[in-house]
Design a protein around this ligand. Sequence first.
Ligand SMILES: Cc1cc2nc3c(=O)[nH]c(=O)nc-3n(C[C@H](O)[C@H](O)[C@H](O)COP(=O)(O)OP(=O)(O)OC[C@H]3O[C@@H](n4cnc5c(N)ncnc54)[C@H](O)[C@@H]3O)c2cc1C
Length: 370
Amino acid sequence: MKAKKSYRVAIIGGGPAGSACALALAQKGITDILIVEAGDYTKFRIGESIQPESLRLFEALDIDRAFLQEGHAPCYGSVSYWGSDKRGYNDTLMNPLGHGWRLDRVKFDRFLAMQAHARGVELLTNVQLKNSTSAVDGGFLLDLASKAEGKQSRIHADFVVDAGGTAALFSRQRGSCKISTQPLVCLAVRFAPKEAEKQEHQGLTQLESVEDGWWYGAYLPDDSLLLAFYSNAATVKSQQLLQLTRWRELLSRAVNTAKLIQNAEPLSNDILSFAAPSYCLDHLCGANWLAIGDAASCYDPITSQGIIKAIANGLSAADVITGQTDLHQFSQSIKTMYRHYLTMRSRYYDLEQRWHKSPFWIKHHSRISH
Ligand SMILES: Cc1cc2nc3c(=O)[nH]c(=O)nc-3n(C[C@H](O)[C@H](O)[C@H](O)COP(=O)(O)OP(=O)(O)OC[C@H]3O[C@@H](n4cnc5c(N)ncnc54)[C@H](O)[C@@H]3O)c2cc1C
């Protein structure tokens, strides 16, 4: 692990939030920035749909042209069976910014981190923050562990940005707690579709609500088809949905989603399971630190807003660190955005009223969701 002893800004986590923050700081002329990333951008990451508005953020970070050269798949909107069996469309035809994208997430996260590195940001991969304490003369002491080398080291940072995703380790070490509502579990399987099926559906995301949750289907840039079921932990447990046969039984009852894989084989017999929580931290910042992206607040994937929010938070954090806004304003704006998100989420789930006795929908309807 080749780290210096001290940095002006240490960013924990090199996902979209952390890399965007580093890029924005570098753009403002701040040097001496470190990103500490636990992974190495090789393992599958979920979360791939981004809206056309993302382009504005890429422009702000001056990476729009480089992003377009990366060849992520276009996404022209979504088809949904939500509230009834009637097909609904939400397309990007009229959007002045054009289409959105279906990202190769590993490639995208690596791209952002490499753009930051190319602008002088130091990037440590396979290195994890383990512990953090306030330094006597200001800033923080961070204990880092390198997975590959098995080495530990201690560095000092004047300012720390927690962009460590849902782990939010640094913020929790400062005493912050997550105020959660309605966590979901995502159970995903990737399929290899036949050519004819691809041509019919590529470029559109598909959503379908069912009695115990909802299905999501999307083609990834590697041409695989990702099908994911979103529900709550109790349903996953009681219906044993971590078993592929049970998951497929449930899928066969979601007729519109099942059609997508009529002739397709799963790429693996393992179900990929992901927590999809919704929360906001009670304390988003303190003296010389703040949290951004999923570390600060986490949205239901139905919104497809997580990546855009992470990047926007990264830009706002850079404004705080360079003194253009203060910590209070920053914290208020994240909390306000979170309240808007809760309202939007309720509106969306309220559109589905077919299963009044389903525990999933009872929980998600606005009467009791706040
Ligand atoms: C099932 C699912 C589907 C989703 N679908 C979408 C979608 O379609 N569109 C969308 O916009 N959003 C989606 N999201 C949300 C989106 O993935 C997140 O909001 C986004 O990744 C947040 O970015 P981030 O940088 O804040 O956190 P992350 O992307 O989680 O990055 C955090 C980084 O911190 C690193 N890290 C964690 N702890 C430490 C530590 N102690 N030391 C060092 N590094 C550490 C991790 O390795 C990781 O790279 C989805 C989420 C889920 C769960």
